[in-house]
Design a protein around this ligand. Sequence first.
Ligand SMILES: [Zn+2]
Length: 280
Amino acid sequence: MPELPEVETVCRGLALRLEGRRLARVQQRRKDLRFPLPRGFVGRLEGRRVVKIDRRAKYILIHLDSDEILLCHLGMSGRMLIGIGPVLEPEPHDHIILETDDGGHVRFNDARRFGMMDLVSEASFARHKLIKGLGPEPLDEAFTGAVLAARIEGKATSIKAAILDQRVVAGIGNIYASEALFRAGLSPKRKAGTVQGGRADKLVDAIKAVLSEAIAAGGSSLRDYVQTDGELGYFQHRWAVYERETKACPGCDCDFTATGGIRRLTQGGRSTFYCPRRQR
Ligand SMILES: [Zn+2]
């Protein structure tokens, strides 16, 4: 599943292809994705110029000169593929194809169809049902240790569950939750309400650092796409703990055969990876 850094990389790649371009032709190859596509979808897109592209949580926002936003979510398996020239033979799961006035195109391909697209006016965006309940952006300057501490004060759930809660902070997924807790030295099992003061500062710093590093890795991968056709947003990245069960902990210089190395536990049906020696 694409996480926030992948979505940010997709946004930057789409911006290179779409910003300033007019949508010359739009192909809608089915009525629905996760939700039905909005009424008049093609007509509201064709002829519009893309003003800018940005992101809220894991939503891609394609701002149009009609004062509407094409709101997209990649879901579990959604992919944005960019290329040159008309799409003569769409692939089986190419659901939406945007062709631009400079002869480029973007295909939205989604085999499992947990992805979504909607059209929403700039004025009503903040009230959209998928947007209105979202917590602060993790990379926003306004997201500080004090803000996180206030949002989780008194919570008895685990800190891992708390930072996955999109109402607490938006856009953090399973991988970066594990990585941030490792970096901050906090046990994923710790009661969320105890993460206050300096601990909350440390966790916020760690969240910003793991996301920023991954976005930087994604940004450098984009150079390859500008020249050639391809899928946006996937890049090599090395995790400290994620999917490294029984491997040596990168933060402990002890003999990991004695400690068992990185451990995995299941929380809320999802795997968490951590070092029991370093994370308290
Ligand atoms: Zn360790």
